[in-house]
Design a protein around this ligand. Sequence first.
Ligand SMILES: CCCCCCCC/C=C\CCCCCCCC(=O)SCCNC(=O)CCNC(=O)[C@H](O)C(C)(C)COP(=O)(O)OP(=O)(O)OC[C@H]1O[C@@H](n2cnc3c(N)ncnc32)[C@H](O)[C@@H]1OP(=O)(O)O
Length: 194
Amino acid sequence: MSGRTTALTPPADAGPPVRHPEAPAPGEIIGSHYEYCFGCGGGVAHGLHLETRAGEGVNVTAEFTVREAHQGAPGLAHGGVLATALDETLGSLGWMLRVIAVTGRLETDFLRPVPVGTELHLTAEAVAVHRRKIYCTATGRIGGPDGPVAVHANAMFVEVKIDHFIDNGRKEEIQAVMADPDQVKVARAFEVNP
Ligand SMILES: CCCCCCCC/C=C\CCCCCCCC(=O)SCCNC(=O)CCNC(=O)[C@H](O)C(C)(C)COP(=O)(O)OP(=O)(O)OC[C@H]1O[C@@H](n2cnc3c(N)ncnc32)[C@H](O)[C@@H]1OP(=O)(O)O
């Protein structure tokens, strides 16, 4: 028994998330963390190309247009793609806290089908922090920021260090990013100002 709980309710002694003083300014676009990220990378032809903006608190907004390559049923977005959009938006909250965090648990409610061509408007917000765990939620709305809710997620991200990627990523890609000054800058941004 690991003693690990599957609950997404923060423990009683969890604290509020705190916006890092050097977090991107409200409205600022949070650039892609990796060119070949399926969620936000410009180098993935059929990726989501999600563009995320910093919010005023520990929150972000993002948009993504559902394309033909994202179908599950005819003319409808695949549920896994929608979960990816939520996951990617939630992952950007790390910029607001100035930590790198990976998904530990992601629970998704699919409330409405999402047709191809839809612009999905996403929001994500951190709600509590307990040690390395960040409890957060995300919502995707159809057509606009006030559109009907199509998908919603409750999630728990876990803070990791850069070594998480260096130790676990395939050697070819890790060597390539380490040789890329822009990518190293992204990684260092988190390390220099913990
Ligand atoms: C020079 C190199 C440059 C690189 C540059 C990179 C820049 C990158 C920038 C930004 C990247 C952001 C990318 C975002 C992309 C979107 C988000 C994703 O899709 S991420 C991918 C999917 N997720 C995973 O692949 C995680 C796989 N899982 C793991 O690696 C581990 O399980 C991990 C790290 C999550 C936890 O492992 P542990 O050994 O570090 O820590 P333990 O002790 O097990 O957990 C810590 C706490 O969390 C709880 N916990 C962990 N998993 C849980 C779960 N599933 N449910 C409930 N609680 C859980 C545990 O009970 C523990 O809690 P207690 O502190 O003791 O209270």
